[in-house]
Ligand binder design. Structure first.
Ligand SMILES: Cc1cc2nc3c(=O)[nH]c(=O)nc-3n(C[C@H](O)[C@H](O)[C@H](O)COP(=O)(O)OP(=O)(O)OC[C@H]3O[C@@H](n4cnc5c(N)ncnc54)[C@H](O)[C@@H]3O)c2cc1C
Length: 416
């Protein structure tokens, strides 16, 4: 590898950009060389304003693609150990299950409901691989209990439950509070020498097949600012194809709404994440039933996070322009409240929306543009796969090749 100093620019301070900044700042070549790292974020409100601050936070050994998962789960464990992740970002193990049942329509206002499929139904369904299936079968063979629900899952109503099934063996799933994890990575990176800038990057300049700089605007009215760069890493989530010359990147998006609920004081919410199918009377006819599939996450800080289906709202200019529809959030609350006293009696403290990047992950250097790396399109598993992605990018940038995993199948070559 060349020993010329590097000016590395990371575009986007979501989980991918912030973990990339962290891993680059920990690489021996950064600490020993005369290199610079800059992270540029379009939001006026700092890091984690998009999907990374508004996701569920599941970290799973059974996520995909497998190539990154293997590295990423281990890295999550190491990070939590090194920085007291349990305290700092709520790292803990969690149980995951599917729940099917009927909503109690008595508590609902029909006009407010939405309809659609859950976030994970938007993605190809991947079966559990052999290792996890075997563990799960072993758990199931422990025999039925008299209740449909696990004993400690006491915040879903037994009387409304038709079925519950564990989705993965104990120990194969953990969680983080995604906003706290992402902002912690940002803080740890900046305190190790990464410079943070606010601005919207519009273009990466390439000359003679090499990256030479980046153009950004502090606000839409401002003149463009250009900074030199030897290496640029595009971590702009759903916005990645808006940056020249990456318009051919096949990253699409969907907008997803979510809410957080604070249970009544003194109520403890046991650590479960539930992929639900809730049957409720159809908004148009009380005789027909509609299935709603909100995902419900007990969070380490005892809040409950619930997300709903994706929609096809166009991507706005920046993350700060994303609008949350109150009606969509109210519909999510009604579905959740129809199956749980704790959610019904809790206080909704956040109604929010974000754009999920779809189509990847795409990870690697762009052919013919030395120094231009993309790390984007992480679909439903960006929180889980952030550290593994970042470790791979730090190796690619400083060592010239990825050694922690074989990520050939994710490279962007076929798009350029
Ligand atoms: C409802 C929901 C639940 C989810 N639950 C989970 C889960 O449980 N587990 C899991 O692993 N994943 C989950 N995900 C997926 C996860 O949130 C995403 O994969 C991940 O957040 C993507 O991270 P990112 O950094 O690529 O994108 P983002 O978080 O969108 O960050 C991109 C950043 O780039 C900035 N940016 C964009 N364009 C520019 C530009 N031109 N110049 C400068 N900055 C720019 C944006 O402002 C933004 O801050 C969920 C997603 C949703 C929507």
């Amino acid at each position: 590898m060349s020993t010329q100093p590097k000016n590395i620019v990371i575009v986007g301070a979501g989980i991918i950009g912030c973990t990339t900044a962290y891993y680059l700042s920990r690489h021996p070549a950064f600490t020993s060389g005369n290199n610079t790292i800059t992270i540029i974020e379009a939001s006026q409100h700092g890091p984690a304003q998009g999907a990374s601050g508004k996701a569920g936070g599941l970290v799973a050994k059974w996520a995909y693609p497998k190539e990154i998962v293997r590295v990423s789960f281990e890295e999550h464990v190491k990070l939590a150990k090194e920085h007291d992740g349990a305290k700092r970002w709520g790292w803990r193990e969690v149980e995951v299950g599917t729940w099917e049942g009927n909503g109690d329509e008595g508590v609902l206002d029909r006009k407010k409901r939405g309809k659609g499929v859950g976030m994970r139904s938007l993605e190809k369904k991947e079966g559990l691989d052999g290792e996890f299936k075997a563990g799960l079968d072993e758990e199931k063979s422990k025999g039925p209990s008299s209740s449909l629900l696990p004993v400690d899952l006491d915040w879903m109503e037994e009387r409304l439950t038709e079925s519950y099934a564990s989705m993965a063996p104990t120990g194969s799933t953990a969680q983080v509070h995604p906003y706290l994890f992402t902002t912690s990575m940002h803080q740890l990176a900046t305190s190790a020498g990464v410079q943070a800038i606010q601005g919207r990057v519009t273009a990466v300049s390439v000359s003679s097949g090499r990256v030479i700089g980046v153009t950004y605007h502090i606000s839409s009215a401002d003149e463009p600012t250009e900074i030199p760069a030897t290496d640029v890493i595009i971590c702009a989530g759903a916005w990645s194809p808006t940056i020249h010359p990456l318009t051919k990147l096949p990253i699409t998006h969907t907008r997803a709404h979510s809410i957080t609920i604070q249970p009544q004081p003194g109520t403890t919410i046991s650590p479960y994440v539930l992929f639900t199918s809730i049957s409720l009377p159809s908004p148009s006819s009380s005789k027909k039933k509609t299935e709603f599939t909100p995902e419900i996450y007990a969070r380490p800080n005892n809040e409950i996070y619930v997300c709903g289906p994706g929609d096809d709202e166009p991507l706005p200019g920046t993350v700060d322009d994303v609008k949350a529809e109150v009606a969509a959030c109210d519909a999510i609350w009604e579905q959740a409240a129809s199956v749980s006293v704790q959610m019904r009696e809790g206080v909704v403290d956040r109604k929010q929306a974000c754009f999920l990047p779809l189509g990847g992950p795409i990870l690697g250097e762009v052919r013919g543009m030395k120094g231009l790396v993309v790390a984007t399109g992480h679909t439903c598993w960006g929180i889980s796969n952030g550290p593994g992605t970042a470790k791979a990018v730090s190796e690619l940038v400083f060592d010239g090749k990825v050694t922690c995993a074989n990520l050939k199948s994710l490279e962007p070559h076929k798009f350029f």
